[in-house]
Design a protein around this ligand. Structure first.
Ligand SMILES: O[C@H]1[C@H](O)[C@@H](O)[C@H](O)[C@@H](O)[C@H]1O
Ligand SMILES: [Fe+2]
Ligand SMILES: [Fe+2]
Length: 322
């Protein structure tokens, strides 16, 4: 694996090494899978069945941000920082910087391994290293949708963007990487976790950004909406720019899986276009496995690795620019 360790990326003063392009990775060379036909989610009937538990590994209901646990304070402080700092200017700056993909050259699996040490401070349900979560999600969804290999791989990679907290990527603070996401440039919906902290976000008081539509219009499509920067958007950029042959619904899932205000609370639907509405069906399915597979049950990595390597090979180049 080639991790290009340059000067750390500072949020205020972004110093990043010159773009080191890997010529063999130009997306124009990647053959698109023209024969791919998306099935309708309702046509796919589960077989063995993944049983979603009622409580998380700590004995609480899932996504309970008020439960008195040792994680409560850490999570609340995480959202305070996140909600104060995610502004339109910040998101624009980060997207500009991270779509250069000049931080590392590595395979998907190498990135999974890099996540071995990353623990997510925004998550009230999980304190395991992220690689466990990736495999738990993928294996759970595979049980119910055995033939949708694209969905298994989507699950495996959906959180790989958390690699941004790794020192080799400049060690971004957690508030810029994990947690739920939401649009910036329009009013922050009340359903967003710890909404109260937004009052210290400068955009909250900016009349250009604090109305229902803000800088957007009815049905403009999520592709045209700036969402708070983090692992969703980054992994979406990585997959797209490296020319993945995964279907559009997979990219939609990756980019919006933390957008709970949309897929759980039904907020912001007026920003969706027709394609988004189709993909949202898949995202809702995906979410069940992403959320409820978080448990202390360990996966035998070596046993399942060959299967996932074959999927990576099918949908991605062997090395990606990150
Ligand atoms: O704490 C979690 C975690 O960071 C997940 O990876 C993210 O997708 C969720 O939306 C968030 O609530
Ligand atoms: Fe995530
Ligand atoms: Fe996840």
């Amino acid at each position: 694996m080639t991790v290009i360790v340059g000067e750390p990326v500072h949020l205020e003063n972004q110093v990043v090494e010159e773009n080191k392009k890997n010529d063999s990775l130009e997306s124009s060379e990647l053959v698109l899978d023209a024969g791919f036909k998306m099935p309708e989610p309702k046509d796919l009937i589960s077989t063995e069945g993944f049983a979603a538990p009622d409580t998380n590994a700590f004995g609480n209901t899932f996504r309970d941000y008020e439960a008195e646990t040792e994680r409560k304070k850490i999570v609340a402080e995480f959202y305070r920082q996140n909600h104060i700092n995610q502004t339109v200017d910040f998101v624009r700056k980060m997207r500009e910087e991270y779509k250069k993909l000049d931080k590392a050259v590595m395979s998907i699996w190498e990135c999974c391994e890099l996540l071995n040490t990353v623990v997510d401070e925004s998550d009230p349900d999980l304190d395991e290293p992220q690689i466990e979560h990736l495999l738990q999600t993928a294996e759970a969804i595979r049980k119910d949708y055995p033939n949708e290999d694209w969905l298994h791989l989507t699950a495996l990679i959906h959180d790989l963007g958390k690699v941004l907290v790794h020192p080799a990527f400049g060690g971004l603070p957690q508030w810029a990487v994990v947690g739920d996401i939401y649009p910036v440039g329009c009013a922050f919906d009340e359903s967003i976790v710890h909404h109260k902290y937004f009052k210290d976000n400068p955009d909250y008081h900016n009349p250009a950004y604090n109305t229902k539509y803000g800088i957007y219009s009815q049905g403009c499509g999520l592709e045209n909406v700036l969402v708070s920067f983090g692992h969703d958007d980054y992994m979406y950029l990585v997959a797209k720019e490296n020319g993945t042959t995964l279907p559009p619904a997979a990219l939609f899932i990756i980019r919006n899986h933390s957008f709970y205000a949309l897929h759980k609370s039904g907020a912001y639907t007026y920003l969706l276009n027709d394609e988004d509405k189709e993909s949202l069906k898949w995202l809702k399915i995906f979410n069940k496995y992403d959320l409820y597979s978080k448990s202390k049950v360990r996966i035998d990595v070596e046993k399942v690795k060959p299967y996932y390597l074959s999927l990576i090979d099918k949908y991605f180049p062997s090395k990606l620019r990150w």
